[in-house]
Design a protein around this ligand. Structure first.
Ligand SMILES: NC(=O)c1ccc[n+]([C@@H]2O[C@H](COP(=O)([O-])OP(=O)(O)OC[C@H]3O[C@@H](n4cnc5c(N)ncnc54)[C@H](OP(=O)(O)O)[C@@H]3O)[C@@H](O)[C@H]2O)c1
Length: 290
């Protein structure tokens, strides 16, 4: 029996769809959800539903009973994630889960000086806890979702161009769908125990290249402006963007600038058995009709 946490989120739903496409019977898949009302479509597909919340240890323990393979999708509560994930790993151990596959995040600098330290902390702790638990594991070190890029580029990118303090840094953005397909392949394949995979595109992309791709797929001339972080913050503050959003985008941009999200190796193509979707293909799917 396979269980997917975060099953009402984008990654979880996509992984379930890939499992069904691979002819895994729906009644061999359990979706762990916090809110059953959001899981009607999953229920209608014949997926087993278990209620579980990372904040509620006993709900996790009960959800994980009888589970062989657990796809543990990281939560999105930045304040409480360390403790929540600790609960999940402990519950997996107590329930006797046989293989845990965790969606982690790419990083190089594991110290507090990292511009994404706040985000990396829970992943570093969770990876340590999983390894210490003795449960066979697979760590997916996911790169930046290409799918998040449009939010960072902003709604007016086709008129105003790209305005981000990312310098000439690069990231190996890959699509969330490709990553979910890789997760489904790990869940149904052999030989993935005690492995750490780099889940990234084959190519590192700069924001200048993103501007070029956008120009090519839209036929408009899209430029990339690279302000200092201070100028970026001041400019966005004046347009009324909330400070936490500015901080998050500035932090990620700085991480890209420093090369934190660039890679020299990727396991994604091997896990998919094909080349990952390129960033240009992804941007075309989003922007070509705009
Ligand atoms: N690599 C990247 O670029 C990137 C970007 C964004 C996020 N991420 C990480 O990847 C994860 C999956 O991505 P996604 O796109 O699927 O995110 P998503 O659509 O926001 O889904 C997050 C899922 O986590 C569930 N969740 C949150 N808190 C929980 C809790 N306390 N107990 C149980 N479930 C909880 C949510 O449940 P509800 O549906 O009930 O809210 C939702 O199903 C994110 O949660 C985040 O950790 C990575």
């Amino acid at each position: 029996m396979i269980l997917i946490t975060g099953a009402t989120g984008h990654f979880g739903r996509a992984t379930i769809d890939f499992l069904l496409k691979k002819n895994i019977p729906a009644n061999e898949i359990t979706a762990m959800v916090r809110n059953v009302a959001k899981a009607e479509d999953l229920k209608n597909k014949g997926i087993r539903i278990k209620v579980g919340d990372y904040d509620d240890y006993s709900s996790l323990l009960s959800a994980f009973k009888g589970i062989d393979k657990l796809l543990f999708i990281s939560g999105n509560d930045m304040q409480n994630r360390v403790k929540q994930h600790e609960n999940a790993v402990k519950a997996a151990k107590e329930a006797g889960v046989k293989h845990i596959i965790y969606t982690s995040f790419v990083r190089k600098n594991e110290t507090e000086t990292s511009p994404i330290a706040m985000l990396a902390k829970a992943h570093i702790e969770t990876e340590k806890n999983i390894k210490a638990s003795g449960i066979p594991y697979t760590i997916m070190r996911n790169n930046f979702y290409a799918d998040v890029l449009p939010m960072f580029l902003g709604e007016k990118v086709l008129e105003a161009g790209i305005f981000l303090p990312a310098g000439d840094g690069k990231a190996s953005f890959a699509t969330r769908l490709d990553m979910a397909e890789a997760a489904a392949n790990i869940l149904t394949g052999e030989g993935h125990e005690n492995k750490e995979y780099v889940i990234a595109n084959d190519t590192n992309y700069s924001l200048n290249e993103v501007a070029t791709f956008l120009s090519e797929v839209t036929g408009k001339q899209i430029t990339y402006t690279n302000p200092t972080t201070e100028v970026y913050r001041d400019t966005l503050l004046k347009t009324g963007v909330p400070t936490d959003v500015i901080g998050m985008i500035a932090g990620f941009s700085e991480a890209v600038r420093q090369g934190e999200l660039s890679t020299t190796k990727s396991d994604l193509g091997n896990l998919l058995g094909r080349k990952p979707t390129t960033l240009k293909e992804y941007l075309k799917s989003v922007y070509s009709n705009k």
